[in-house]
Each structure stands twice: as C-alpha cells, then as structure tokens.
Write a protein that binds this ligand. Structure first.
Ligand SMILES: NC(=O)c1ccc[n+]([C@@H]2O[C@H](COP(=O)([O-])OP(=O)(O)OC[C@H]3O[C@@H](n4cnc5c(N)ncnc54)[C@H](OP(=O)(O)O)[C@@H]3O)[C@@H](O)[C@H]2O)c1
Length: 310
C-alpha cells in the first residue's frame, strides 16, 4: 500500500511501466505505442534511469508525457554506473532533468549502493533537491535490507524518508521475500520490483529457439542460466496452456499479488509483446493458483535459517 500520488493528486497505478528498452530495442514509434497502451490501461507510473539507452529513454518519456505532466508519476535514477560521488550524481540528475524536459521528478532512486561514498554525502545532495523542489520523493534500488535501514537512518537526520524500493523480483528471483518485503511492510515503504518475467525467461520462449535478451546479453544469460529456472519457465507455460492464458500474465500477476508489493514494473520490446503483461492487471489469481505457481520454484530460506519454523 502507498499514498504516493501524481501532482494532480491521483494515486499511482497498481502497475508501473519500465522504459529501459525505449530508444534501444524499441524505436520511437514502438515506444509511443507502448506508452499509449499503458495509458489506455490506466497506468500513470513510469520508470526510467539516467543510464538507460544513452539518455534516449528519458528523452522519449519526457516527450510523451509533456501534454499531461501532472497526471504522470515519473521515477528516474541516478548513479546507474555505481558512481555515487556528489559531483557525479549532480551531473547525472542535471542531465536527466534536461532530457526529460522537466524541472521536477516525482521520485529519484539511487540506482545502486556504494561502499566508497559516505551515505551522508549522498543523502545531503538528495535533501538539497527535495528542498529545491526538484524531487518530490526519494527511493533506492538494488539495496540489501540492512543498507536500506542504514540509509534511512541518515536520510531521517536530513528530514527525508525513503519512500520506495526497487528490487528484482520474479518467480525465479525470490530473495526479496527474506528481508526486503517484510522490512518494507514494517516500515511502510512502497516496493516496485523489476524484471517480473525474469528478463523474458518466464515468457516460455527460451524453451524453443527464440532470440531475446537472454541469448544476446551475457549478464542476463548468466543471471537466468540455471536449469531449475528454465524448468520452472516450462512448467508455468504448461499451466498457462491448461488455463487458456499466457505464462506472462501468470508470472506478472504472481509478483503483483505478493504481500508488500506496490506495483510490478512491466516492460516489453513492442506493444504486441506488452499486452499479456497488461492483462495481468485484471487477472484474478486465486489462492490455489498462487500456491501452485509458488511451488514451481524454491522458497528462499528465512534470514534465521530456521527452516523448520517456516
Ligand atoms: N533498478 C534496476 O537495476 C533495474 C534493472 C532492470 C530493469 N529495471 C526496470 O524494470 C523494467 C522491467 O524490467 P525487465 O525489462 O527486466 O522486465 P521483464 O518483464 O522481466 O522482461 C521484459 C522483457 O521480456 C521480453 N518479453 C516481454 N514480453 C514478451 C512477449 N510477449 N513475448 C516475448 N518476449 C517478451 C522482452 O525482452 P526481449 O524482447 O529482449 O526478449 C522484454 O523486454 C525495466 O524497463 C526498467 O525500467 C530496473
């Protein structure tokens, strides 16, 4: 649950759309088509980053929302390269605002944790932006739970609250269930997880000869190159066939229904690809089906390792 709203006071939508492919695999026409499909479905929450597609993602997003800025919640990220030095994040954010054509973003995430720059130095810059009205809310991505709490302690001394977390989460990447999700519920932080399809694995297409991110990008190939993950992708496809739906719809709906999840970040390379992810917004996942899907992949051990108490 979250009380975050657009500047016209509308609550953020139950799904967010991620623009990481815009200006890359998706050209401007495809990107615009995806933007319009999202708007038609009631999505008012868009995610980008300084580091995406050399700036094209932010530029396209700024163009598409120009006519309806107050109706859209825009989240971007700084320190995408991991360089969290104050001068680096100032440079990133100035560029982001220019590309987006805005003088304020609704939320800025620190894209990564840094061991090299003291938290005080980073969060003082974020506090400056909030005070100057350039940023409405702050968030963090790819932080461990202890890092979130440590950063929040520093943020609090500057009058800031970490409002949103952006971890990875899907049926084949469930680590957040151990600490991040319970912490977020306890602290009232919004959770907006990325890669609900495991970068495309849970579409089921890699059971055949399909090409995509997992065949082209070595990082994704390694991240999802585990046999049990591919087996789970095949199994979710069989369940989808049995139920007359898409494995994509099931995988996204499964992420969305978990306790503590505010809005999964859906994405695609084209509007046609996107439709089954959008369909998940209206898919009623019963408790029985939720349990059946959850059983396809290992539940991570609790932080205490006392498995017998689970
Ligand atoms: N904070 C971070 O570090 C971080 C990291 C990653 C992503 N993100 C954010 O989260 C968003 C979503 O992440 P993600 O793109 O990894 O999500 P995802 O939903 O796990 O993967 C989306 C990809 O799956 C494939 N796909 C989707 N629908 C398909 C269909 N119907 N048929 C075939 N293939 C299909 C496409 O890739 P192919 O066409 O290449 O196969 C698509 O780009 C990103 O846009 C970004 O905003 C954040």
């Amino acid at each position: 649950m979250t009380d975050l709203t657009t500047t016209d006071g509308t609550p953020i939508s139950r799904f967010c759309f991620g623009t990481m492919q815009w200006g890359g695999k998706a050209d401007a026409v495809d990107s615009r088509a995806m933007y319009e499909a999202c708007r038609k479905q009631g999505i008012n929450f868009f995610d980008t980053a300084h580091g995406y597609t050399g700036g094209a993602s932010e530029t396209l997003l700024g163009q598409f929302i120009a006519e309806e800025r107050d109706e859209i919640f825009v989240a971007t990220k700084c320190a995408s390269t991991g360089d969290c030095r104050p001068e680096a994040i100032r440079r990133d954010f100035d560029e982001s605002l220019t590309r987006l054509g805005m003088d304020q973003v609704d939320l800025i995430y620190m894209h990564r944790w840094s061991d090299e720059v003291p938290l005080e130095a980073v969060y003082e810059v974020l506090a400056e932006w909030v005070q100057a009205g350039k940023v409405r809310h702050i968030g963090v991505s790819n932080y461990a739970a202890w890092q979130v709490m440590k950063a929040q302690a520093v943020a609090e001394t500057l009058g800031l609250t970490i409002a949103m977390l952006q971890p990875m989460y899907s049926l084949v990447k469930r680590q957040v269930e151990v600490e991040i999700l319970p912490m977020a519920v306890s602290e009232g932080m919004a959770v907006v997880p990325y890669s609900p399809l495991g970068g495309g694995l849970l579409t089921g297409k890699y059971a055949g000869k399909a090409e995509g991110r997992l065949t082209h990008d070595p990082m994704y190939k390694e991240r999802y190159g585990v046999e049990w993950m591919h087996k789970a992708a095949t199994e979710i496809s069989s369940i989808a066939t049995e139920l007359g739906t898409s494995p994509i719809t099931l995988a996204v709906a499964w992420v969305a229904v978990n306790l503590g999840i505010t809005a999964p970040i859906i994405s695609a390379s084209s509007a046609t690809q996107l439709q089954p992810s959008l369909d998940a917004m209206n898919f009623e996942l019963s408790d029985t089906l939720y349990a059946r899907l959850s059983a396809l992949t290992p539940r991570p051990a609790p932080a205490t390792d006392r498995l017998e108490e689970q």
